[in-house]
Design a protein around this ligand. Sequence first.
Ligand SMILES: Nc1ncnc2c1ncn2[C@@H]1O[C@H](COP(=O)(O)OP(=O)(O)OP(=O)(O)O)[C@@H](O)[C@H]1O
Length: 232
Amino acid sequence: MLLSMQGLNQFYGESHTLWDLDLEVPEGRCTCIMGRNGVGKTTLLQCIMGLLPVASGRIAYRGQDLLRLSAERRAELGIGYVPQGRQIFPLLTVEENLRIGLGARPDGRRRIPEEIFALFPVLEQMLGRRGGDLSGGQQQQLAIGRALAIDPKLLILDEPTEGIQPNIVHEIGDIIRRLNREMGLTVVLVEQKLPFARRVADRFCILDRGRAVANGPMEGLDEGLVREYLTV
Ligand SMILES: Nc1ncnc2c1ncn2[C@@H]1O[C@H](COP(=O)(O)OP(=O)(O)OP(=O)(O)O)[C@@H](O)[C@H]1O
């Protein structure tokens, strides 16, 4: 397993949000974390990234105990993160936003990798534009490009299609598929859109009220599970 979690518990103050959560992420696969609003999907990703403290449990990445490492160290180990809402810097240029991603490279390289522009030609055309002037879809490409600037081995994306036009959603799906299937990145994403999840991911994990209630190969995500845990 590239990433492996056992018995994870997390609290916001008194509020117990993740409950004894186990999750296994095999190398080279694309795993989709699913579940209704508020079940703890974003919380889980933030625990993996070191942005939230964990009360108990274990997270191992390539056998290393992640919980002992700072968020910066986790990025340096090759875990890239595309947060919910993209969180690009609106007043900085596209180039400056990409350079911020470079900061976590352990090799100290300061050039933006060419592959980012090969994947997202629009970013090269818009290098001098402010992030805030980009469309939602372009901002999502920028957020993914910024995460790729560290050459991650594991890419974690939180609802990459949220608030994005349908035709661009398909394009984002193509990019994630390429990153996973052609370029060999292991991907973990949170996604609510079922057709997108089925097209892009090959494994699923369903959360319900902070517990992992079902997981396995995407083909196993049947109508019963969808009805019980995903439809609103
Ligand atoms: N900073 C916080 N302080 C207190 N409670 C929080 C905080 N962030 C989230 N929560 C609560 O924790 C629970 C899980 O939230 P989380 O955002 O992880 O869910 P989610 O599955 O990602 O939902 P969504 O799909 O709406 O983003 C929710 O009940 C939410 O209200």
